[in-house]
Design a protein around this ligand. Structure first.
Ligand code: GBH
Length: 399
């Protein structure tokens, strides 16, 4: 007998999607892409290699069982381009079939798949031709997407073309942190332009493949706040937030059926004529030192109102190995999501980052983002206490 429904303080809209998010390179293991190659150069903070990661390539059914255990009705995962198109123009049937199985496994369990087509990692042939700096790159991407749409179009309705275009191009082409470690403002801008084109082409390919699909991007938006209530400071904040939060969305807005929001950061900006400094208040922080600032999700959602589009929160989460902040983190952020919905933002779903502890890019396996911890030797998954808190919320469609 199901437990009698408790009276909920925060009730979410009917059909609201509850899920988690992952990405191929961070969980699958055994990938042959530009990151895999780059990791071997000793660039990862904890000295690790992505290696077999969570072994999700083999354990995908087990992962879906966990999604089910969370009472989730969606799961956001990404496709590894280098598996699907290991050589330019040559598609791997087994890889495509394996991803179709994953989508089917979701469907069989009443889970709506949200599929990301590009979560930063590239096939080697693509990287070797200059990656997103090559003016052909959007066309190459389209070729891959068209093939994927043909194979998965019947099983997938919600598509996310590109994950966090700004985080990616900033770290790879401006900050010099991720492969290919460039430090050039012009390359950074060029990559952004090509990513926007790639998105647009993918949008049309996906819609050609299926009439009722919905296509968006995952946009990392941050809540920028002025440290001083002074005109110059406020103006700088406006410019920074216009650039970071809105320039890419503005470019692609005519080819978006929804906006995917990834919310992690609050930045207090102190500006003077000599430059500006971005700070956090750091009263509450995650294991990575990131400030925990739940109101920021409300502010970033309200900023999206102007686009008049449905919004899916496609990532929100924290590194918390001891799991002593995650449950509150989730509830607090959801309270603010609920408030944004009450105030008219059409939020359709929430995906927590992440289902599993995984390979956190240049930070390796040290940060623990999972609702489930993973033993990286045995690949055993174990729920953290916050997993059952999140499962209850999903089951009750509120709390
Ligand atoms: C998201 O990016 C990503 O979409 C996801 O893949 C990632 O795991 C998650 O957040 C958590 O970080 O600079 O390589 O040392 C949000 C932006 C990208 C900021 C990774 C922190 C730190 C790792 N984050 N970055 S690294």
């Amino acid at each position: 007998m199901p437990e009698k429904k408790k009276k909920l303080k925060y009730k979410f809209p009917a059909e609201f999607l509850w899920g988690t998010a992952t990405s191929s390179h961070q969980i699958e293991g055994g990938n042959e892409n530009n990151w895999t190659e780059w990791e071997k150069g000793g660039h990862i903070a904890d000295g690790s290699l992505s290696g077999r990661a969570c072994n999700s390539w083999e354990l995908y059914k087990e992962d879906i069982r966990l999604v089910k255990e969370l009472h989730n009705n969606t799961y956001r995962f990404s496709l590894e381009w280098s598996r699907i198109e290991p050589e330019q123009g040559h598609f791997d049937h087994d890889a495509l079939r394996r991803y179709r199985d994953l989508a089917h496994e979701c469907r069989r369990n009443g889970i709506e798949p949200i599929v990301t087509l590009y979560h930063w990692t590239q096939p080697l042939w693509f990287a070797r031709q200059g990656g997103w700096l090559n003016k052909q790159s959007p066309l190459w991407f389209r070729q891959y997407v068209t093939r994927v749409a043909k194979e998965l179009g019947r099983d997938v309705t919600l598509w996310c073309t590109i994950n966090e275009p700004l985080i990616y191009s900033y770290n790879s082409y401006f900050k010099g942190k991720w492969p290919p470690q460039a430090r050039s403002f012009w390359q950074f801008k060029k990559v952004l332009r090509n990513l926007a084109k790639a998105h647009e082409l993918a949008y049309f390919s996906l819609h050609d493949g299926s009439s009722d699909c919905r296509v968006g991007i995952a946009k990392n938006n941050q809540f920028f706040e002025s440290y001083l209530n002074q005109w110059f400071n406020k103006m700088v904040v406006k410019l920074v937030s216009r650039f970071w939060n809105h320039s890419f969305l503005g470019k692609v807005r005519d080819t978006l059926d929804f906006i995917g929001l990834n919310y992690y950061f609050h930045n207090v900006v102190y500006a003077s004529m000599r430059g500006y400094v971005v700070m956090n208040e750091n009263k509450h922080i995650s294991d990575m030192g990131w400030e925990i600032f739940p109101r920021g999700i409300y502010e970033t959602l309200m900023e999206l109102k102007r686009y008049n589009l449905p919004v899916y929160i496609l990532e929100n989460g924290l590194a918390d190995a001891r799991d002593d902040r995650r449950a509150d983190f989730i509830r607090e952020h959801l309270r603010y999501v609920h408030q944004a919905i009450r105030e008219g933002v059409d939020v359709r779903g929430y995906c927590h980052w992440s289902l599993l502890d995984n390979f956190e890019w240049a930070d390796g396996f040290e940060p623990k983002f999972g609702l489930y911890s993973v033993n990286f030797k045995t690949f055993e998954r174990t729920p953290r206490a916050s997993a059952s808190v999140y499962a209850d919320i999903a089951q009750n469609n509120g709390f």
